[in-house]
Design a protein around this ligand. Structure first.
Ligand code: ZN
Length: 94
C-alpha cells in the first residue's frame, strides 16, 4: 500500500487551530486482500494530536462529511484493522 498525505484542503475546519490534521489517500490493498480483486483508493483524515481518524472511504465528499461527524471517527491505531474489513467487504461484493 502507498499513502499520500497532505494538509487539509482549504475550507475544511481543523479539529483545533493548533492541530495539523492530514488528508491521507491510500492506494493499493492490505496484505490480506485477495490478488486480482479490486480495491479502489480510499481517503481518510487523521489528526495525530487527537489520535483520531475518519473511517476510510473511496469518496472525498463522504470523507469530509465524516470529519465533521465525531461518530464516524476511529482511533488512528484502528485504521489498519478497519481498512482490512473494508477491503474484505469490497472483495466479497465484487
Ligand atoms: Zn486534532
Amino acid at each position: 500500500m502507498i499513502q499520500y498525505s497532505r494538509p487539509l484542503p482549504a475550507g475544511i475546519t481543523p479539529c483545533d487551530p493548533n492541530h495539523h490534521p492530514q488528508w491521507v489517500e491510500t492506494r493499493g490493498a492490505p496484505r490480506s486482500h485477495p490478488v486480482a480483486r479490486p480495491c479502489p483508493p480510499h481517503h481518510h483524515i487523521e489528526c495525530h494530536r487527537c489520535g483520531i481518524a475518519t473511517v476510510p472511504s473511496p469518496s472525498r465528499a463522504i470523507t469530509e462529511a465524516r470529519w465533521h461527524d465525531p461518530s464516524a471517527h476511529i482511533p488512528i491505531h484502528d485504521l489498519a484493522r478497519v481498512r482490512e474489513q473494508i477491503a474484505a467487504a469490497v472483495a466479497n461484493a465484487a
